[in-house]
Design a protein around this ligand. Structure first.
Ligand SMILES: [Zn+2]
Length: 373
């Protein structure tokens, strides 16, 4: 699996609760920001638009003329010039109208300030618990409904027309998506001796301990049959059998989990046979029962894990004679019908292992049904 990082910007909006004094300063900053915007827009109209850099150099002179500009957050004033710069750039692109003056009654009541780190290492904006510190305003409470994650860029302070105050915190975050790096495709032939065989030629055996416990179980069950039902020994034996059953279940489950995880993670396409056609007649009832359980559990695991790991699980057509058809030339060889034939050579010259050939056919058939060439 490959993790892909994509940078995104996100805004968190919260209501803030400034004191009377803080409200007045916010109102003043909003007013000053609007004043700066309109002042430089007027300059641009008289002459022609200059650059953000040139205009921001004129700010100190303006502050000497209008002393009250010094009372508010100086970054907000610079940000106002940035907004004007953006408006002109939009206009020059030909897609927008010439910038308009901001009206006291109609324009949005807001200003924006930017976060920066001072040489001393402290920052001009801080968040602690449910309090935020903004330049010139100091600490105030906000309705923190969620954690602010990511790198903070700027904060917009706004006031609604009914007099409520808000902050919008803009942050840079990284969006993590998972992309599959292994593009394998496999046909899986389920069996009894080998639990499964893949079209890549891998034989996956049943877990080593399983047959040991299965033998033990068979012996215990034979002994149980000879005991008098309901007797002490019968009950003891019953308990023992139950324990072996649990052991088998756990060993099998663990094995199936590991295998299904690996296969769905490593491949983008898995083709299996519909289990109903699996005619495993030559095996004892017990072995068949256990295999059936394993296959059903395994298929269920493949089904949900393929969704987790972005893999397609396809059940091939049940009437498909997968083991008798040559995966090289497509000719059907009916002599292979006999289950004891493990390897065979087709008239085309290809020599096949029965199970590998079957899984190769499964993959072919699955792709055909899905329309994959
Ligand atoms: Zn052939």
């Amino acid at each position: 699996m490959i993790k892909k990082f994509k940078p995104i910007n996100k805004a968190y909006k919260f209501r803030i609760y400034p004191s009377q004094e803080q409200q007045e300063l916010i109102d003043k900053t909003i007013g000053c920001s609007r004043f700066i915007y309109n002042e430089f827009l007027a300059k641009a109209k008289d002459d022609e638009y200059n650059s953000y850099t040139k205009y921001s150099r004129q700010l100190p002179q303006l502050k000497k003329e209008y002393e009250w500009l010094k009372e508010v957050d100086s970054i907000a004033l610079q940000q106002s010039l940035k907004d004007l710069d953006r408006a002109f750039k939009n206009f020059f692109s030909g897609k927008y109208n010439y910038p308009k003056f901001k009206s006291k009654t109609k324009a949005r009541l807001s200003y924006r300030t930017q976060k920066f780190i001072r040489p001393s290492g402290t920052t001009n904006i801080e968040i602690k618990a449910n309090k935020i510190k903004l330049p010139k305003l100091s600490w105030m409470k906000f309705a923190k409904s969620k954690e602010v994650k990511g790198k903070m860029n700027n904060v917009t302070v706004s006031k609604s027309r009914v007099g409520k105050y808000y902050i919008s915190i803009n942050v840079s975050q990284v969006l993590v998506t998972i992309v599959k790096d292994n593009q394998g495709e496999l046909g899986l032939d389920l069996g009894i001796k080998d639990f499964l065989t893949t079209s890549d030629g891998e034989h996956i055996l049943n877990p080593r301990h399983l047959s040991k416990y299965q033998d033990k179980l068979a012996k215990l069950q034979k002994r149980l049959a000879r005991k008098e039902e309901g007797s002490n020994n019968w009950h003891k034996l019953k308990k023992k059998i139950a324990k072996v059953h649990i052991k088998i279940k756990n060993v099998r489950k663990d094995f199936l989990h590991k295998l299904s995880t690996r296969l769905t993670k490593e491949n983008q396409l898995l083709v299996i046979e519909d289990l109903n056609i699996k005619g495993m007649l030559k095996n004892s009832k017990l072995a068949k029962h256990i295999s059936d359980c394993s296959w059903n559990m395994f298929t269920t695991m493949l089904e949900y894990k393929s969704k987790w790991y972005d893999c397609i699980l396809h059940k091939a057509d049940r009437f498909f004679a997968s083991s008798q058809t040559c995966s090289e030339c497509g000719v059907k060889n009916s002599k292979v019908k006999d289950l004891s034939v493990r390897t065979w050579t087709c008239e085309c010259g290809a020599t096949h292992n029965r199970d590998i050939n079957a899984s190769k056919n499964l993959l072919k058939q699955g792709k055909l049904e899905l329309g994959i060439n």
